[in-house]
Write a protein that binds this ligand. Structure first.
Ligand code: NOJ
Length: 553
């Protein structure tokens, strides 16, 4: 068992000891009655976020955008789309958040712009336009076909022919999202300058969209075929027919992220250490870990999506956590994601009876957790009638579950019409969940056994228990295959987390003598001392036990 303990949570920066909450701004709070959430709406709900106990929130894109991909197609990196408000609204949000001690992380989309961005409009205007090389343009093959076999994430080839100039441009996502050419120094400088713009406005950090995509094979060689489809974490249609080894993750990412990191770090102050997390869909742990940088001088954290891909059983969840712990470079800090705006709601994926166990896992592992809005309520995927479907991924590649609308429905605040998300009578941009009258913040706050109150308690416990916030992790062997049991320890404190990932009771012996003190449990029905020699976990139960001072058997 690892006994290498650490102490003093305060010496860890906020992004290590804290918890990040993801806000999809269209869906959090509508302040102006147009059926879509906005920045003022977020400001109105800051007291809720303070109460909940998160440390930072990340807002998905709010930049001016034609919304082909709901904001991930940016047409101006230095402003706010009128749908979401104004720069003044953003400044007010930062000020109000900081007044409550909350950090603000914004989404940054480096890989591609909108095709309506003035840079691309210029770039496509002629072959000799000075901005032509800001994007990736290539001649057709002699037969007129695209320059290579790369496929777009949202269906079809990753190349679209521009009839007027006779060349193809590259787009890893929609044709309306042309890829920037980060090998052009002017592009890099323009993007670094956009980061500076927001750093000067006081943001605490960035979430970099598809961060691993920005450097591709400079020779644009074909991707090899994928002989074993199904390796991605969800169905992706034809995109899964290739191994994406040429269209992303080129080694030149490393010096590029070192430059990006240097700019971000140059804004650090004693009281405001800045931070960036990269969205990195890399499932091989060593390759993933390389994105921290050999000198820990690249991403503060490459986002870890391994739990989205793990089967929901104790063996595969533990195997994932252990592989991350083993792959982490010395001094690097892990992180875990259970859901987001691209993936199924946790309660839907693992089944509602396991939702509290999943939340206890997320908030007790060693590493920074991200909670997607509504997960604290146990929100589920919402079935969207075909005529109300919005997401281009689902519309372009229908029938295989690629659509992301089900996990993007409005936040459920109360039982009033439109769930407190938007005024009565307004048509919300996506339909509300059918269960919103019983599953909402107001109802769950009043229910001591709700997942909302469990989440709130776990977030408070992370603050009062350094072992939970920053302590070392050690898995416990010798427990049933259906249970995941681990400890988190600092020099002065040790807690044990016992999770039953099934709907059957399990009994086992722990390698400790005597008793521990129950801190909390998913059922909120356990108190007092608990035997460590003989443990019974109820179906779908998780227990958090203080075992400080307990002796090994
Ligand atoms: C990843 C984002 O999370 C997703 O929502 C978006 O569609 C793609 N990147 C393209 O920007």
């Amino acid at each position: 068992m690892i006994e290498n303990v650490q102490t003093d949570a305060d010496s860890f920066p906020w992004w290590k000891r804290g918890v990040i909450y993801q806000i999809y701004p269209r869906s959090f709070q509508d302040s102006n009655g147009d059926g879509t959430g906005d920045l003022r709406g977020i400001t109105e709900r800051l007291d809720y976020l303070s109460w909940l106990g998160i440390d930072a929130f990340w807002i998905s894109p709010f930049y001016p955008s034609p919304m082909a991909d709901f904001g991930y197609d940016v047409s101006n990196y230095r402003d706010v789309d009128p749908l979401f408000g104004t720069l003044a609204d953003f400044d007010a949000l930062v000020e109000e958040a900081h007044a409550r001690g909350l950090k603000v992380v914004i989404d940054f989309v480096p890989n591609h712009t909108s095709d309506q961005h003035p840079w691309f409009v210029e770039s496509r205007s002629s072959r000799d336009n000075p901005k032509r090389d800001w994007y990736v343009w290539r001649d057709p093959k002699p037969d007129g076909s695209p320059p290579n076999n790369w496929l777009a994430t949202f269906g079809g080839p990753a190349w679209t022919l521009d009839e007027a100039t006779g060349q193809y441009y590259l787009h890893g996502f929609l044709p309306q999202q042309p890829d920037l050419n980060w090998r052009n120094p002017e592009v890099k400088e323009a993007m670094l300058d956009a980061l500076r713009f927001w750093l000067r406005r006081g943001v605490d950090g960035f979430r970099f969209d598809v961060a691993h995509h920005i450097m591709k094979d400079p020779e644009l060689r074909d991707n090899p075929a994928n002989e074993t489809p199904g390796i991605l974490h969800k169905p992706m249609g034809d995109f899964d027919s290739q191994l994406h080894v040429m269209d992303r993750m080129h080694a030149d990412l490393h010096p590029t992220y070192q430059e990006i990191r240097a700019v971000i770090d140059s804004f650090n102050t004693e009281t405001q250490p800045r931070f960036m997390i990269g969205e990195t869909h890399i499932f091989e742990p060593v390759q993933w870990a390389s994105l921290y940088g050999e000198q820990l001088n690249e991403m503060h954290m490459p986002a870890n999506f391994g739990l989205l891909r793990a089967q929901w059983n104790a063996k595969s969840v533990r195997a994932h956590v252990d592989s991350i712990e083993a792959a982490l470079p010395a001094g690097a800090w892990p992180n875990y994601v259970l859901s987001n705006h691209d993936d199924w709601r946790t309660a839907t994926r693992v089944g509602p009876p396991q939702a509290k166990v999943a939340m206890m896992l997320l908030l007790t592992l060693r590493g920074t957790p991200t909670i997607y809005y509504g997960e604290e309520l146990g929100m589920e995927n919402v079935e969207i009638p075909p005529d109300q479907e919005q997401d281009p991924a689902g519309l372009r590649v229908p029938g295989i579950g690629m659509g992301r609308d089900p996990e993007r429905t409005p936040m459920q605040w109360d039982a009033s019409p439109n769930a407190g998300f938007a005024p009565e009578g307004v048509t919300t941009w996506l339909p509300l969940a059918p269960d919103y009258k019983t599953r909402n913040v107001a109802v769950e706050k009043a229910d001591p056994k709700s997942i909302l109150n469990l989440t709130n308690e776990l977030l408070e416990l992370r603050k009062s228990h350094p072992a939970l916030a920053v302590g070392d992790y050690a898995a416990i062997d010798g427990v049933p295959d259906e249970c995941f049991v681990y400890t988190r320890s600092t020099a002065g404190q040790r807690v044990l987390i016992a999770l039953n990932l099934t709907n059957q009771e399990h009994q086992f012996t722990l390698p400790y003598t005597g008793t521990g003190q129950v801190v909390t449990s998913t059922g909120k029905d356990r108190t007092g001392k608990i035997s460590l020699t003989f443990m019974v976990l109820q179906p779908n139960e998780g227990i958090l036990i203080d075992i400080t001072g307990a002796k090994l058997a």
